[in-house]
Each structure stands twice: as structure tokens, then as C-alpha cells.
Design a protein around this ligand. Structure first.
Ligand SMILES: Nc1ncnc2c1ncn2[C@@H]1O[C@H](COP(=O)(O)OP(=O)(O)OP(=O)(O)O)[C@@H](O)[C@H]1O
Length: 316
């Protein structure tokens, strides 16, 4: 059993952003001499994620969203830049691979709920190991209680623990993947298009679960998506990526009501508007989480260091 740091965080660490990304870049080198070329997938990107905040990273395919998630999950090495989590300069102190402490703070949920669970194991298997690694008391009784709690948190019945992945629907498998991430009580979950392979009818359930985890457990999330409507629905903050650059970022409701950058406007113009199509006024959306109490269109004060924007002068 692993011993986790139990020292309570200082007041400074609890108010500071949980994650600070500074000047992050990633180049991929393709081909071999003399036909070598370089793709700059992420270009000098900086942003913060606060505790208990959902930050959406939106943009077209190939804009660099997943590369950022993979670098934060330590599945890829960056070409340059800094990642500071809980005040620790991660790339400087854990150069080659992530420590167990890092892995218990930062968890990832992937797009494909079908490929992320080994079909040879029952659901119980996927949750038991992380619970044993993380928990203080790994007696069979305590473990059983935790498994039950975990399943209840993600909206699944205890009886599903005995099933194999193929016996579950896509939405149920994605809930298991979220439960597996939650088992180590992470501070942040990196969710890379967690609903894009699911039926439209079950997507809302996963989005609501993510909101619940933020609101009830204070879990921060980096939510990668193409879908601006879902970003507006769950994310406190939305950042827009275009060809490796972070072009605009802001409080989600406000950013989508008044986008500054032409690329954000273009993305928004492609979102189908069911209300407008039917000539109906959309209902007011209640802000939740960090934005509770703020109405749409109300201006919010953002920390100047919250993100580094690269808005062309003509549109700033
Ligand atoms: N392993 C790799 N080798 C070479 N190029 C890569 C690699 N991974 C990503 N890229 C390139 O980096 C750029 C960004 O890719 P990335 O997957 O981060 O974009 P994305 O916005 O997440 O797209 P999608 O939504 O389709 O996943 C693309 O041009 C992609 O082709």
C-alpha cells in the first residue's frame, strides 16, 4: 500500500490555480532525411485551471487539443514549456516519467469507452486495483464498501461489478472509466472527447455526471471537445484552439455570447441552433459551479494570468 502525503495544503496552495501551463509547445518530426518536416502541434500555449473548475478546450480536428491533454497526462513529452501543479514544476522535477503521486492527482478519461477497458476482465477488476493502491484500509470489507460507493457515485448499480465490458452499453462503460479515474481521488480529470463516441441520448448523462463531480467533489477538469454547445453546458471557462495556438479564452457563457476572435465566431456559426431554427427564444441558462450567481452577459473579473491570449490586434 502506498503512503500519500497527508500534510494539509497551505492557504496559499488552496487559492492558487491547481494547474498552470506556461509556454507549452510540441513539435512532431515526420519523415527522415532529406525529407524531414516538422509539425508544430502546440504553439506557446499558456493557461490556468483552478480548483473545482471545468475548463473546455475546443477547436477543430488537428488544432492540438488532444496533444495538450496527452502532455498533461504525461503520455507525451513537450518540446518546451512549463507545467506547474500544486506549485510543483513537473517537467523539471519529474523529467522522464510521472510519479505515483502525479498519477493519483491527474487522471485521464479517453474518448473510446470500448477500447479503454480490457474485455477479459470484469468491471470489479478495473476499480479494485486503483482503490487498493490509493486506500488506507484494503480489507475485503472496506474494499467492498468503496466499490459500492464508487459505482453509486457514477450512477451504476453494484450488480454491474460482476459484468464484463461487452455486457455494458457505451454510456455505462464510460461511467466505469470515470469511476476508475475517480478511484484514486484525483484533483483533476483530463477528459478527451468523453462523449463523442456515445449515442446522443446518453451524452447528457455523462456531462451531468462531470458537473456533479465538480460541484460535489470539487474535481477540476480539462474537457476536450469539438462541441461548443456541450462546453457551454458544463465548462466554467472555454479556451479556443486553432492550428496549435490558443486564440481566445473566457468565461464560457460570456465567450459564446460575445466571441472576439473570428475563428471562435466561425466555430459558433457552425453550431446548430434548434431554438433559432424554430423561431423560439432560448431559455436562460443557470450558471453552476464557479459561475453560480452570475447571469449570462454579466461581466466577470478574470485573473490577468488566467490565460495568455493571442488575439490579433484587429479583433482584440
Ligand atoms: N504522434 C504524432 N505524430 C505526428 N503528428 C502528430 C502526432 N499526434 C498529433 N499530430 C499532429 O499534431 C496536430 C494536432 O493533433 P491533435 O490530435 O492534438 O489535434 P486535436 O485538436 O486533438 O484533433 P482531434 O480532435 O482530431 O483529435 C495535428 O496536425 C496532428 O496531425
Amino acid at each position: 500500500m502506498r503512503t500519500l502525503q497527508t500534510t494539509p495544503p497551505s492557504p496559499e496552495t488552496t487559492t492558487a490555480p491547481l494547474v498552470r501551463v506556461r509556454n507549452l509547445s510540441k513539435d512532431y518530426h515526420l519523415g527522415s532525411f532529406p525529407f524531414r518536416s516538422t509539425v508544430r502541434a502546440v504553439n506557446d500555449v499558456s493557461f490556468d485551471i483552478n480548483r473545482g473548475e471545468i475548463v473546455a478546450l475546443v477547436g477543430e480536428s488537428g488544432s492540438g487539443k488532444s496533444t495538450i491533454a496527452r502532455i498533461l497526462a504525461r503520455l507525451e513529452q513537450p518540446t518546451g514549456g512549463q507545467l506547474i501543479i500544486d506549485g510543483q514544476d513537473i517537467f523539471a522535477t519529474e523529467r522522464r516519467r510521472a510519479s505515483m503521486t502525479y498519477r493519483s492527482k491527474v487522471q485521464m478519461v479517453f474518448q473510446d469507452p470500448f477500447g479503454s477497458l480490457n474485455p477479459a476482465h470484469r468491471i470489479e477488476h478495473f476499480l479494485t486495483r486503483p482503490l487498493q493502491l490509493h486506500g488506507e484500509d484494503d480489507s475485503p470489507r472496506a474494499l467492498k464498501l468503496k466499490l459500492r460507493e464508487l459505482m453509486a457515485t457514477v450512477g451504476l448499480g453494484e450488480q454491474m461489478l460482476d459484468r464484463y465490458p461487452h455486457q455494458l452499453s457505451g454510456g455505462q462503460r464510460q461511467r466505469v472509466a470515470i469511476a476508475r479515474a475517480l478511484a484514486v481521488e484525483p484533483e483533476i480529470i483530463l477528459a478527451d472527447e468523453p462523449t463523442s463516441m456515445l449515442d446522443v441520448s446518453v451524452r447528457i448523462g455523462i456531462l451531468n455526471l462531470m458537473r456533479k463531480l465538480r460541484d460535489e467533489r470539487g474535481v477540476s477538469m480539462l474537457y476536450i471537445t469539438h462541441d461548443l454547445a456541450s462546453a457551454r453546458y458544463i465548462a466554467d471557462t472555454t479556451m479556443v484552439m486553432c492550428a496549435g495556438d490558443l486564440v481566445e479564452g473566457g468565461e464560457s457563457i460570456e465567450l459564446m455570447a460575445a466571441p472576439h476572435h473570428p475563428y471562435t465566431r466561425l466555430l459558433l456559426s457552425a453550431v446548430p441552433d434548434a431554438y433559432r431554427a424554430q423561431g423560439i427564444r432560448p431559455p436562460k441558462r443557470e450558471a453552476t459551479g464557479r459561475n453560480a450567481g452570475r447571469g449570462a452577459g454579466e461581466r466577470v473579473t478574470l485573473s490577468p494570468s488566467h490565460w495568455a491570449l493571442k488575439v490579433p490586434e484587429s479583433t482584440a
